[in-house]
Write a protein that binds this ligand. Structure first.
Ligand code: SF4
Length: 203
């Protein structure tokens, strides 16, 4: 599967042609960063509302702070100084679903817990995303029995699956980076969400 390239959300104006330097061999090639820096120095930056909104959403993810089983220990390690999830803007764990936009389902979901997970999801404001962390959350894992939901996607829509038992913190960080790519390439809807979608709790 080919990786989808995420483009820089900023677009700069085309620059007028420059005079050729006297000796090209002595001048470093002009990079995209050079062009962006020059544009910023002029104080003018062009982009779209969609790019700005997606950029800000992707880099300020607030996960819901809860865990269900052993995978949650790895999720907690992701927040520590060793892995430092704050480098990706996603370290602000919120204790209330009303302040969170990412649900990381870390651990197996029992049938008894399933309605609670769905209620938490419904209480999160739109837009919201879900990561299924580990084999148990993704497909039930080794617990192929009557007590465990065989994949949390049976009760909430999942955006990214992180494999492993348990996945290491690097794997969860990779999953969050994949989610950021997905957010950056998504279409935004301005204005209030349609009533029917709000009732379903869809993102
Ligand atoms: S995937 Fe493995 S580590 Fe994670 S909750 Fe299941 S048994 Fe525990």
């Amino acid at each position: 599967m080919t990786e989808k390239k995420v483009e820089n959300p900023f677009r700069t104006l085309a620059q007028p042609a420059r005079e050729a330097p006297p000796d090209p061999g002595l001048v470093a090639p002009r990079t995209e960063q050079d062009a962006l820096r020059e544009e910023l120095e002029r104080g003018v930056l062009f982009t779209t509302v969609e790019s700005m909104v997606n950029w800000s959403r992707a880099n300020s993810i607030w996960p819901l702070g809860f865990g269900l089983a052993c995978c949650a220990i790895e999720m907690m390690a992701t927040l520590g100084p060793g892995y430092d999830l704050s480098r990706f803007g996603a370290e602000v764990m919120r204790p209330s679903p009303r302040q969170a936009d990412l649900m990381i389902v870390a651990g197996r979901v029992s049938l008894k817990m399933a309605p609670v997970v769905r209620l938490l999801y419904d209480q999160m404001p739109d837009p919201k995303w879900v990561i299924a962390m580990g084999a148990c959350a993704s497909c039930g894992g080794v617990f192929n029995n009557y007590a465990i939901v065989q994949g949390v996607d049976k009760i909430v829509p999942v955006d990214v699956y992180v494999p492993g038992c348990p996945p290491r913190p690097e794997a969860l960080i990779h999953g969050i980076m994949k989610l950021q790519e997905k957010i950056l390439s998504s279409r935004i809807e301005l204005g209030p969400a349609p009533r029917a979608r709000r009732k379903q709790g869809a993102a």
